[in-house]
Ligand binder design. Structure first.
Ligand code: 5GP
Length: 114
């Protein structure tokens, strides 16, 4: 499969992931190379390659994806806050061509990001 990514393999259960939340729209799992004490990636169960393609989702599914990101963050217990990031394209340093939200938290984050 030419466009198969590591996240396609995770969602098919072909490689393991530390899953922290799942519902009918999303799968959330810990990032293998965490950039904060809590670093979770949330992918939708329907694939698009990146945030720039979000309009390919129905408004209903896009909403359920965003709600799934919020539900995953709530389950992580980040009571002092967190950041949600979509890296997109080369300048955004997107490395996996399967849309994913990063949830980062568990420490004071800096701004602007690098
Ligand atoms: P991007 O750079 O595309 O925004 O984020 C991709 C993320 O996927 C990176 O933070 C990277 O550490 C994570 N990642 C890459 N391969 C794997 C893997 O096999 N398992 C998990 N859990 N995360 C991965």
């Amino acid at each position: 499969m030419a466009d198969d990514t590591i996240f396609d393999k995770i969602i098919r259960g072909e490689i393991p992931a530390d899953i922290v939340y799942e519902d009918e729209a999303v799968l959330a799992f810990r990032d293998i190379n965490p950039q904060a004490p809590v670093h979770v990636v949330v992918i939708p169960k329907k694939k698009i390659t990146g945030f720039d393609k979000i309009s390919e989702f129905s408004a209903d599914f896009a909403g359920r994806y965003m709600s799934g990101v919020a539900a995953a963050a709530a389950k992580l217990g980040l009571k002092d806050g967190y950041r949600v990031v979509f890296n997109n394209g080369k300048d955004g340093q997107q490395t996996v061509e399967y849309i994913h939200a990063h949830i980062l938290g568990g420490r004071q984050l800096g701004w602007p990001p690098g």
